[in-house]
Structures are given as structure tokens and as C-alpha cells.
Design a protein around this ligand. Sequence first.
Ligand code: CAO
Length: 282
Amino acid sequence: VDLLRVTGTAKGGRITREDVVAYVKFVLSGATTPASGGLGFDLPPQPKVNFSRYGEIDVQPLKKIQKVSGAYLHRNWVSIPHVTQNDLADTTDIEAYRKAVAADKGIKLTPLVFLIKASVAALKKFPTFNSSLDETRENLVMKNYFHIGIAVDTPDGLVVPVIRDCDKKDIFELATELSELSQKARDGKLKPIEMQGGCFSISSLGGIGGTSFTPIINAPEVAILGVSRSRVEPVWDGENFQPRTMLPLCLSYDHRVIDGANGARFTRYLAACLEDFEGMDD
Ligand code: CAO
């Protein structure tokens, strides 16, 4: 077995005996073949380049989190057929509500907590999005719980803590937990269990900017919601242009499990939940 082809699941990406056995079973199942010319990604090796020949350089080792998460991101990107569905949600009413809550109660809510609630509502309406392919790839494991992973940018790299049972928490509880978990993530104090068991992930770059992007699915989940920065746009209401706050949604889904029509339906439903957030039924 060429160990370069085996993904290690132990601490620090180390390859265990079980990883090798699983790899051999996978190849023997005929799911793919490492043979040249097949789909085994028999690519030329990364070239060794002496960059200092062209100018001054510094070499910085990758951080531990980058090395571990990089291997998984790479695996997920090449092994899952991603499709990204884009839509816009009108969050004008949410913005007004956020401002009112901040003024009345002094509590700061970001759009993310509403996105968590809307995601739970959409996962309930479209249960296939709350599933995982099992290791045989012949069964879907449907989940009756709603744990949402949130991508958090830390000085050491990307981590995804999981907020459990989001269906049982209101937006204020979610805001408190989100702030505690993201602080723990930035302090490097998350325990492994706090990053496990997610059903669906949200990657919000709205606090930074951008109009859309393609988030990478966090396997074994089958979909992830990317969120870009909302902005006020003129929206035609049939008679006039109205200034409305529009939030860009970018849903990547696993096309082996979810077809395009349901990808569009899920995203539209999620947007509709945000547009009518007070009537949101989760
Ligand atoms: N549109 C417009 N404004 C937004 C917004 C959006 N979609 N999302 C957040 N904002 C605003 C917030 O309201 C806040 O504004 P104020 O300070 O004026 O109230 C500001 O942007 C900063 O928000 P935040 O980023 O601190 O908070 P959050 O709850 O939106 O996100 C967290 C929390 C932890 C997810 C975020 O800090 C983070 O780490 N994001 C990066 C995630 C990431 O790296 N994803 C990529 C993964 S793939 O490589």
C-alpha cells in the first residue's frame, strides 16, 4: 500500500492499521482504482522549486491546525462532488429587529444566530440534508438531532466547533453559546468532543466581506452554508424600487445525496425563513 494515498485518522493525521485496512477494502471494492489513467488521481508530484533563485524569501512552517484540517479539506474537495447554489435572502426585518434588541435590551445579535435557526427549520423540512452516507456508501444515516458546526477563524487556523441541539435553543441562548465557543476556539481551548457530531455547518464571512464563495463540505456532513456580506440594494416590488438588505447565501451540497432541484428548494426555503423569521417554524 502506498501510504501517501491513505488518509490518517489518528492524532496529527497519523495513519493507523485500521486506516490501511479500510483503504485496502475500499480499493478492493472497486470504488476507485489507483491505476494510472483511472480516477485514482495519479498526478505528478509537487515540483521542488528553489524560490530563492528568483528573489528574497522566508519559510514559515504550517501551523498544526492547518496541517490537520488541510488534509481533510483536500480529501473532502476531491472526493465529494460539490455543487454550490446561490440565493439572496431579504433580511431587512431581521436588521430592524437586531437594532431594536440592541437598543432595548443591550444584547448584540449578529445575523449568524438567525441563520442557525433558519438552517434548523430547513433541515427539518428537507431531512436528506441532515444525513450522512455511511462507510459503505450504500445507506444514508438520517439524523433526528440538530447539531450545527460554525467555522471559526482563529490565529492558528480554521476550526469548527459544534453547537448542539440548536432546535431546542432560542436566538439568545445561541448567541451566548456562539460567543463562548468562538472565544474558546480563538484561545485554542476547544476540546475534541466540542468539534464532533455536527449535522450541517455554516461558514460566515459576512463580518469580513465578499459577495459569494464556495464552501467545502465538512464530511461526513452532506451540505454546508456559506454566508457573505449583506448590503442594501434596490429591489423592485412591482411598482417601485425599495431599499432592502439582501444577504447572499451559498449552499454547497453533495450531489451524490442531493439533487439540484432540492439544493435550490432548500436554499430558497432557508431564505424564506429568514424573510419571515418571526413565523419561522423549527
Ligand atoms: N452581513 C453583514 N454584516 C455581518 C454579517 C453579514 N452576513 N455577518 C456578520 N456581520 C457583522 C456583525 O453584525 C458584526 O457587526 P457589528 O459589530 O457592527 O454588529 C460584524 O459583522 C462582525 O461579526 P462577527 O464576525 O464578529 O460575528 P459573527 O457572529 O457573524 O461570526 C464567527 C462569528 C466566529 C463565525 C466569525 O467571527 C468568524 O470567525 N468568521 C470566519 C469564518 C471563516 O473563516 N469561514 C471560512 C471557512 S472556509 O475557509
